[in-house]
Ligand binder design. Sequence first.
Ligand SMILES: Nc1nc2c(ncn2[C@@H]2O[C@H](COP(=O)(O)OP(=O)(O)OP(=O)(O)O)[C@@H](O)[C@H]2O)c(=O)[nH]1
Length: 761
Amino acid sequence: MLVRRCRLTSFLSAPWRPHRWRAASTATAKTAPSPQIDIPPPQHKLSEKDLQRLTYQRNIGVSAHIDSGKTTLTERILFYTGRIRDIHEVRGRDSVGAKMDSMDLEREKGITIQSAATFCDWETTNPADGSKHKYAVNIIDTPGHVDFTIEVERALRVLDGAILVLCAVAGVQSQTTTVDRQMRRYGVPRISFINKMDRPGANPWRIVSQIRSKLRIPAAAVQVPIGVEDGFKGVVDLVYWRSIYNEGQKGIDVVVSDEIPESVLELAKEKRTELIEQLAEVDEEIGELFLNDQLPSNDLIAAAIRRSTIALKFSPVFLGSAIKNTAVQPLLDGVCAYLPNPAELDVVAHDTTLPVTAPPVPLYPAAAAPLVGLAFKLEEGRFGQLTYMRVYQGSLKKANLIYNARTGKKVKVPRLVRMHSNEMEDIESIGPGEICAIFGVECSSGDTFTDGSTSFSMTSMFVPEPVISLAIKANGIETPNFSRALNRFQKEDPTFRVHIDQESKETIISGMGELHLEIYVERMRREYNVDCVTGKPRVAFRETISKRADFVYVHKKQTGGAGQYAKVCGYIEPMEMDPETGKDVAFDNVIMGGTIPSNYIPAIEKGFFEALEKGTLSGNPISGVRFVLQDGGYHIVDSSELAFRNATIGAFREAFRAANAIVLEPIMKVEVVAPGEFQSNVIGGLNTRRGTIVDSEVRDDEFTAIADVALNDMFGYSNQLRGSTQGKGEFSMEYKTHMPALTHPQMELEEAYRRTLTAKK
Ligand SMILES: Nc1nc2c(ncn2[C@@H]2O[C@H](COP(=O)(O)OP(=O)(O)OP(=O)(O)O)[C@@H](O)[C@H]2O)c(=O)[nH]1
């Protein structure tokens, strides 16, 4: 047997090709072609030096359903790339915990709460010619639990590629489809990694077909496992037709052999043919060879995988076991070989000096171009606010002056660092295509920074609405730390909201789930020394309208002194959510001819947004409404901003009733996994909670049921599931949509709201 000991391969070293610009008006800068937009020719060509650097640069995310092994995998990646000296397990016996789970809470609970960024270098050897290349890889490990979905959202917004981790037994799970949707939203090419190949019942072929059928993306394995379950010891590389094993302590030595073990030879041949067939469907070059009955060369196969992965038409599937230190290095080679470098992505910004309808401006990752960077995450650190930034164009240097495109404010960059989980490394400057963090710069998540020579702005990310809320107060006397903590969390996490209920005067926190809020309450105790008492979690109901209603409203008050006069005319109508921004309320002013002086328009807009805060049916916030202001009237003496604001609130409330207002409730996608013998108990339990079963799957001795259930009907479900499955069932749920509440619950809510109003009087 011919054995070479080496670090593995880059199959292709990513040559930069001229762009075929794909324009997008928003955050999905890298997605579908839009032929009608005419993008101006490049103004900043990339220099040889830019190309050289970018070719060997990767920015990737690791995302998956909860507990698939993202953190365990990232720990191996850091170890093999020499970034950390030893491997520590998530909830490991050495009680150190994985590098990327740096918060105490993460280590205790064994879950990732915040995404963590790090970087490493990876040297690959091209199997075609033996040449070696060193790649710089920025990695963001994201949480799997749906309650922390914003962390995934913002990471994917700024990453160029991703590893989608799947469990070799559980396969595509509910959060896998959520992550898949997020990857599509931001046009992120992905390679799939089927982890936990050592588990009993591991079946990669079932998972590959689930990727095709459930995630609806053409996919094929680029490897075949050598040995199964406990005997899993390596993979056959189907592209370069060789076997790859891990040996030595913690799998540090990669052993490559030209010999394919007899036991998997037939399977490997079959799967290589399947890989070529799948590629023929999505890649013209392979398709043509396939039609002519010609076999593509190894290099052609590798090039086709790269092309179609970057074009979002294909996902190559890798196999391995992170915990058993098997086949992680070939995955890293796959990242370098098949995921794009920053120069291969089409990223655009808007020039804010031009009308919104103007075509977007392409950005170039040229070091000499004017700076454009996006602040995608804020964190309060020991040294003040830490802002994570992706530099898309130009360079960012310490002590530089940068401009916030939203506020127009100029700030100096006092300190520039590269993050390695919770540690940081000071740097003097950072080039385009890189991820870094800056200290002491006041901004909000999603702000664009420039060097002041352009007015470019990048669109921000999708922020889902909270589904659950609870009242919170300090246990004992409230110290300033109470609001300090809430302010900080709110600033860092756009899915965490805080408001004061005007009637009860209680502080209400809202978020994506019970765990989400629980973690913040716990962090208040640990990080701010504020012990809190919380009320019962409440579902975040909403109100909306179901038809258009016109309004003509006059607000008139004459009580001695100056009076109040304002007239507003227009209509409100139902509005669908914009899938890119998540916005579903809008204020449109279409007044012609100055029937209302323009200085009163902001007060009208303010009145509309104020009216949205509390619906008249149940006191919940209103969504899904467009307010169109068509006409109105004013009085030279008696009109004021206050009068117009009050007129708008009055007009809106009147129109709201006429527009068939209804209450909406959050519907969750619930996934239950339990041993097969409990199937009928589980289905029965979901039925009693008015759940609609949308999918179910039975495999070996386990089954999965997926159901849509109103969140309001899910309280206490974990106890019920435990009871009905002898503690062997598990469930996860994520927000799916808001739907009109059934008549009975709606009447109950309205009645309860009426009672609170009467009690107040
Ligand atoms: N059998 C087996 N277990 C694994 C493997 N990789 C990870 N695990 C285990 O799976 C559990 C979850 O691993 P994590 O790395 O925390 O998973 P995660 O996806 O980062 O979890 P969240 O961030 O909380 O979603 C841990 O108990 C790991 O030890 C693997 O390859 N095989």
